[in-house]
Design a protein around this ligand. Structure first.
Ligand SMILES: O=C(O)CCC(=O)C(=O)O
Length: 277
C-alpha cells in the first residue's frame, strides 16, 4: 500500500517537474524575445525623445505582384506597404542571390571609412556613421546595369536622376545613427548640388542579419524596424508633397551586435537629373 502511495507521489512530482520546466522555458523565451526586440530597436541620442510620435500603423500585404525581366526563373517581385506618409515599402525578391553575392565581391576591396555631410563639408570622422562604404560606377557591369534598370522601372524614375550605387559594410558595433537622406536646404552641400534634393531612397540588403545580431533599419518616428533579409529592398520617400524634407523619413542603421557583418547598398534618387559622373 505504502509502495503504491510512494509511486503515485513520485508520478505527481515528475509531472510537477515537467510543468515547472515548461513554464520556466516559456517565461525565459518571452524575456529573451523582449530583450532582443529592445536591443534591436535601441535608439540613439541625436534626436530628442520627446519628439517621437507613436505611430504603429503598419499595412501588410498590400502588395503588387509583377514579373521581372528574369521571369523565366519564375521570380516575383512584390512589396509590402509599411507606411503611407512618407511612403515606406519593403520589396521582396528584388535581387537574385547571385546578384547580391556578386555586388559584395565586386565592391569589398574598395571600401573607405564612411562620409557624412555635416552641412558644409564631407566628414569622415563622424561617430554618427561608423560603417565603411564604397561606390560602383554607373552601369559598371551587366549586374549593375540590370539593377539600375530595375530600380528605375519599379520606382518609375529616370536613370539619370540616380546617384551611383553605394556599398555599405558594418561590422561589430558599427552603425549609422538617426539621420535623414534629404539635405537641409540652407546647407552649402544642397546649394552646391544645384538644389537636386534626394527624393527617393532604396536600400538593398545583400545578406540576412539574424535578429540577435542587431543591424536593422529603424524609422525613428514611425516605430518601424526592418531586419535585413538577403535580396529584399527597403524603399522610402524622403519629401513632403511641397518638396521639403519629411522629418518622419528619419532613420538609422542600428549597431551590429557580436561578430557579424552587414552588407547593403544605397541607391539615392534625386528630384532632377544629375550631371554625368
Ligand atoms: O544601414 C542601414 O540600415 C541604413 C543606412 C542608411 O541609412 C544610409 O546609409 O543612409
Amino acid at each position: 500500500m505504502e509502495k503504491v502511495h510512494t509511486q503515485k507521489l513520485s508520478t505527481k512530482l515528475t509531472v510537477l517537474y515537467f510543468v515547472l520546466t515548461l513554464l520556466l522555458s516559456i517565461l525565459s523565451g518571452y524575456f529573451l524575445f523582449n530583450y532582443l526586440n529592445k536591443i534591436t530597436n535601441k535608439t540613439n541620442d541625436i534626436i530628442d525623445n520627446n519628439d517621437i510620435i507613436d505611430n504603429n500603423e503598419i499595412i501588410f500585404n498590400d502588395y503588387l505582384e509583377e514579373e521581372t525581366e528574369e521571369s523565366e526563373n519564375e521570380r516575383k517581385i512584390w512589396y509590402e506597404v509599411l507606411h503611407t506618409d512618407p511612403e515606406v515599402r519593403l520589396y521582396h525578391n528584388f535581387l537574385f542571390d547571385g546578384e547580391s553575392d556578386h555586388l559584395i565581391n565586386l565592391g569589398k576591396d574598395r571600401l573607405n571609412y564612411s562620409m557624412t555631410f555635416s552641412g558644409y563639408e564631407n566628414r569622415n570622422n563622424d561617430n554618427r556613421r561608423t560603417s565603411w562604404t564604397g561606390f560602383y560606377k554607373k552601369e559598371e557591369d551587366d549586374v549593375i546595369f540590370k539593377i539600375e534598370n530595375r530600380i528605375s522601372k519599379y520606382l518609375n524614375v529616370s536613370k539619370d536622376q540616380m546617384e551611383s550605387l553605394q556599398l555599405l559594410r558594418y561590422t561589430e558595433g558599427q552603425q549609422f545613427k538617426h539621420h535623414t537622406d534629404w539635405f537641409d536646404e540652407k546647407s552649402l552641400i544642397f546649394q552646391s548640388m544645384s538644389q537636386r534634393q534626394r527624393e527617393h531612397t532604396i536600400l538593398l540588403y545583400l545578406n540576412d542579419i539574424p535578429l540577435i545580431h542587431g543591424g536593422g533599419t529603424t524609422f525613428t518616428y514611425l516605430n518601424i524596424t526592418v531586419q535585413p533579409i538577403k535580396n529584399t529592398a527597403l524603399y522610402f520617400y524622403n519629401l513632403h508633397k511641397n518638396g521639403t524634407g519629411h522629418k518622419l523619413a528619419t532613420h538609422s542603421g542600428n549597431p551590429i551586435i557580436g561578430n557579424y557583418t552587414k552588407w547593403a547598398i544605397n541607391s539615392w534618387i534625386r528630384t532632377k537629373a544629375l550631371p554625368d559622373d
